[in-house]
Design a protein around this ligand. Structure first.
Ligand code: COA
Length: 258
């Protein structure tokens, strides 16, 4: 039996691990994109404590499957499919960490940008090389990359197709952490497990406040924060956290995720 092109593991510590598993370059074929979408919906319906998204050691993901490209009609289907899948991934109300080893190009880079946080190995290489095919990023790159690294750097990267090594990716804020290759998975799984033990409902509210705030005005964002701050006090964990602090000091609360 052939292996699925995207694997989902739900671990006992509450972490869900999504692994891109599509052959030697991990191209984001229509089958891979459909599987990512389905898994994102499944995780939103049956929430884990946190999520790690990873790919191969040498290639995280080489981008859209270029062999599926054609004219504008195929392009419309490809961009609609990948946008829907990456929006579903971004909308999972838990901390979603990309663990990136090797090349994260085109849709691979865009997939990592749809995650909340990117941990990269020293061997990671990011880029939006679509321009070298005579086209542009179509999986959210023009929007998410510019919000991540600023418009001028996003334009330079999208217009030259230049690849960015791990140290530069960290410097420009595209990667949030760089770790030695051998430590990548332990670090990502460790951070995810720590989050999974935390006040996950309020983590989701913090994520929501930041994401919604980024797509609106500062005034509206500040209003959203006020509403969600109040909402966080409806969770059991806010009562547990405050009581534990008052009785035992910081960082000792044992949250229930409710
Ligand atoms: N879609 C479809 N096929 C791809 C692909 C993609 N995104 N990326 C690579 N491949 C194929 C190559 O055509 C090649 O096929 P072949 O074995 O039939 O000749 C095979 O995968 C291996 O690619 P190759 O370039 O020889 O491997 P490499 O190890 O030297 O380099 C990459 C790997 C990922 C750095 C390089 O393949 C690359 O730059 N890929 C394209 C990235 C890109 O432009 N992404 C944006 C897509 S919009």
């Amino acid at each position: 039996m052939t292996e699925p092109v995207v694997l989902l593991e739900r671990r006992a510590d509450g972490v869900a691990v999504i692994t891109l598993n599509n052959g030697k370059v991990n191209a984001l074929s229509s089958a891979v994109v459909a599987a990512v979408h389905e898994i994102a919906d499944d995780l939103t319906a049956n929430l884990p404590g946190a999520v790690v998204v990873t790919g191969g050691d040498r290639i995280f993901a080489a981008g859209a499957d270029i062999s599926e490209f054609g004219g504008p009609e195929e392009a419309a289907a490809i961009t609609a499919r990948i946008h829907a899948a990456l929006d579903a991934l971004a909308a999972i109300p838990r901390f979603v960490i990309a663990a990136v080893s090797g090349y994260a190009l085109g849709g691979g880079c865009e997939l990592s940008l749809a995650c909340d946080y990117r941990i990269a190995s020293e061997r990671a290489v990011f880029g939006q090389p679509e321009i070298l095919l005579g086209t542009i990023p179509g999986g959210g790159g023009t929007q998410r990359l510019s919000r991540q690294v600023g418009p001028s750097r996003a334009k330079e990267l999208s217009i030259t197709g230049r690849l960015v090594m791990a140290d530069e990716a960290f410097r420009i804020g595209l990667a949030d952490e760089i770790v030695p290759s051998a430590e990548l998975h332990d670090r990502a799984l460790g951070l995810a497990a720590e989050c999974a033990r935390g006040a996950v409902l309020s983590q989701a509210l913090a994520k929501q406040a930041i994401d919604r705030g980024l797509s609106t005005s500062l005034a509206e964002g500040l209003q959203i924060e006020q509403e969600l701050f109040v909402e966080s006090f409806r969770t059991d964990d806010s009562q547990i956290g405050v009581k534990s602090f008052l009785e035992h000091g910081p960082g000792k609360a044992e949250f229930t995720g409710t």
